[in-house]
Design a protein around this ligand. Structure first.
Ligand code: AMX
Length: 440
C-alpha cells in the first residue's frame, strides 16, 4: 500500500532525528512561561511538536510548508475539477511531499475500498432521541466504529513499539474512508432526508461526500474538496487536535482518540462557531428584513458584545490577521456566479467591513479579524444544506484528516504519554511574592 511503503521509508529517518535531538540536547531550554499562561489556557507555551502544519500568527496556516494558495495550486486535480483531490492532501500531510496524480488517486482508491460502515453503527445512531445534536451522533458513531480497531488486535497479540504506527495508519485510513458515510447517515437520520445519495465509484472521496448529502452538483463537489482541505489541520494546540493527541498518548486507538477530538470540536469556542455564525447572520438578516446599513450592523454587533456574547467567526487564539482559510472561501464565493450575488454572502462581506472596527473599539479581543467559521456556513446554506447544526460535522470530517495524520506520526515517533504537572494556587502566590520561581 502506497502510504505504508512511503512511511516505512521515512518514519525511521525522522525517528532517528528525534532520538538524536533528545539524546544530545534534551536539556536545552526552549520556553519560559508566566502565571497568565498557566491560568490562560497555555497560550504560546511551546510544548507540542508536529511537522505536519504550522500556524504563523501573521501569515496563517502552512501545510508541510505550503500556504493554502500553494496547496490548492500544486495538488493534483481530477479532470474537470477546480479543487484538488483530498487524497492528495492526505498524502502531503503524511509524507511531506506533493503527490503525483497517480499517488493522489491511490490514496483515493484506498479510501474507496474501505468505506463500508458496519450495521451496528447505524443501530447506535437509530436509538438516539431525535433532538440529539449531530455532533453527539458523530462522536458516538466514531466510537461505535472502535470495534474495527486493528491497533487493539495487534497490541493484544504483542507488537513492538516501533511498529505502533502501522496499525494506526490502517485504522486512520479505515476511519477517514468511513466518515463521509457516517456523516451522511447522520444527516439522513437527523433531518429525515433518508434518500441518502449513492456513492459514485468514479468520483473521489470529497465528491462522494457531496453526493451522499444529496447535492449532485459539480460546484458543490469542488466546494467540498476545498472545505475538507481548509479544515484539515491547524497545528497541534487547537482543542480538537490536542484532545486527539492527548487521548492517543495513552495508546487509546484512533477511534477513541478521534471521538475525543470531535467532542472538543463540538464546543462553541471551537468548531461549533460555524453553526453559531450562521445563526447570528440569520438573526441580523431577519431583524433588519434584509441587509442592514453599516450603522445598523455596527450597532447590532455592539449589542451582541454588550449582552456578553461573542461575535462568532471572529478572533483567534493564535492568528493576528484575517484567516487565510476565510479568504480562500471568500475567493471561491467571488468566483462563483450566483454565490457572489447571494444576499447572505453580501452580509458576510459587510460584517468583514464592520465587525473588526467594533471589536477593536470594544477592546477585548487580541484579534478582531475573521476566522474560518465566519464564511463557511453561508456557502453550505447557498448549496441547500440549511440544517446549520450539521455544519460542525462537516468540519469534523475535514479535521479528521489532520488529526489522523498526526496520530500516525505520534506513534511513528514514539511520543510519550502526555502528563503535564499541576501546581496549587498557594505555590503560585509564593512564587509571585518572591518575584518569580527560583529554578535551580
Ligand atoms: N467576540 C467577542 N469577544 C471576543 C471575541 C469575539 N469574537 N474574540 C475574543 N473575545 C474576547 C474573549 O472572550 C476574551 O474576553 P475575556 O477577557 O472577557 O475572557 C478576550 O476577548 C481576549 O480573548 P483573545 O485572547 O483575543 O482570544 P482567545 O484566545 O481567548 O479565544 C477564540 C479565541 C477563537 C475562542 C475567541 O476569539 C472567540 O471566542 N471567538 C468567537 C468564537 C469563534 O469564532 N470560534 C472559532 C475559532 C476557530 C475555530 O476553532 N474553529
Amino acid at each position: 500500500m502506497i502510504l505504508h511503503d512511503k512511511l516505512n521509508e521515512i518514519v525511521p529517518v525522522w525517528r532517528d532525528r528525534a532520538r538524536k535531538l533528545l539524546k544530545e540536547h534534551g536539556n536545552v531550554k526552549v520556553n519560559d512561561f508566566t502565571i497568565d499562561q498557566v491560568y490562560g489556557g497555555m497560550r504560546d507555551v511551546e510544548v507540542l511538536v508536529t511537522d505536519i502544519s504550522y500556524v504563523d500568527p501573521a501569515t496563517g496556516i502552512r501545510f508541510r510548508g505550503y500556504t493554502i494558495p500553494e496547496v490548492l495550486d500544486k495538488l493534483p486535480k481530477a479532470d474537470g475539477a477546480t479543487m484538488p483531490y483530498v487524497g492528495g492532501l492526505y498524502y502531503l500531510l503524511l509524507t511531506g511531499e506533493i503527490p503525483t496524480p497517480e499517488q493522489a488517486r491511490a490514496v483515493e482508491a484506498e479510501w474507496q475500498a474501505r468505506a463500508f460502515v458496519p450495521a451496528h453503527v447505524e443501530n447506535v445512531l437509530r436509538v438516539m432521541p431525535d433532538e440529539t445534536h449531530p455532533m453527539t451522533l458523530f462522536a458516538q458513531g466514531i466510537l461505535a466504529l472502535q470495534t474495527e480497531s486493528q491497533f487493539v488486535k495487534r497490541y493484544r497479540a504483542g507488537m513492538k513499539k516501533d511498529e505502533y504506527w502501522i496499525p494506526t495508519l490502517e485504522d486512520s485510513l479505515n476511519l477517514i474512508a468511513k466518515l463521509p458515510v457516517l456523516a451522511a447517515m447522520i444527516y439522513c437520520k437527523k433531518y429525515s432526508k433518508c434518500e441518502m445519495g449513492q456513492a459514485d465509484p468514479n468520483l473521489d472521496w470529497a465528491g462522494n461526500l457531496a453526493r451522499r448529502l444529496g447535492v449532485a452538483n459539480k460546484e458543490y463537489e469542488d466546494l467540498t474538496r476545498l472545505y475538507m482541505i481548509l479544515h484539515s489541520d491547524h497545528e497541534s494546540g487547537n482543542v480538537s487536535a490536542h484532545a486527539t493527541h492527548l487521548v492517543g498518548s495513552a495508546l487509546s486507538d484512533v477511534y477513541y482518540s478521534a471521538s475525543a477530538g470531535m467532542n472538543g470540536l463540538a464546543g462553541p469556542l471551537h468548531g461549533l462557531a460555524n453553526q453559531e455564525c450562521l445563526g447570528w447572520l440569520l438573526e441580523v438578516y431577519q431583524k433588519f428584513g434584509g441587509l442592514p446599513t453599516d450603522e445598523q450592523l455596527a450597532a447590532f454587533a455592539l449589542e451582541t458584545l454588550q449582552s456578553g456574547k461573542v461575535i462568532p467567526g471572529y478572533g483567534h487564539a493564535v492568528l493576528r490577521k484575517t484567516d487565510p482559510r476565510y479568504m480562500s472561501q471568500r475567493e471561491f464565493c467571488l468566483a462563483t456566479p450566483g454565490l457572489r450575488d447571494d444576499p447572505l454572502f453580501k452580509l458576510v462581506s459587510m460584517i468583514f467591513e464592520v465587525a473588526p472596527g467594533v471589536l477593536t473599539e470594544h477592546g477585548k479581543t487580541k484579534n478582531p479579524w475573521p476566522n474560518v467559521d465566519a464564511q463557511s456556513g453561508v456557502i453550505q446554506w447557498y448549496y441547500g444544506l440549511r440544517e446549520w447544526d450539521f455544519y460542525t460535522v462537516l468540519f469534523g470530517v475535514g479535521r479528521a484528516l489532520g488529526v489522523m495524520a498526526n496520530l500516525t506520526w505520534d506513534r511513528g515517533l514514539g511520543y510519550a504519554l502526555e502528563r503535564p504537572k499541576s501546581v496549587t494556587t498557594a505555590m503560585l502566590e509564593k512564587w509571585a511574592a518572591e518575584g518569580g520561581r527560583k529554578l535551580s
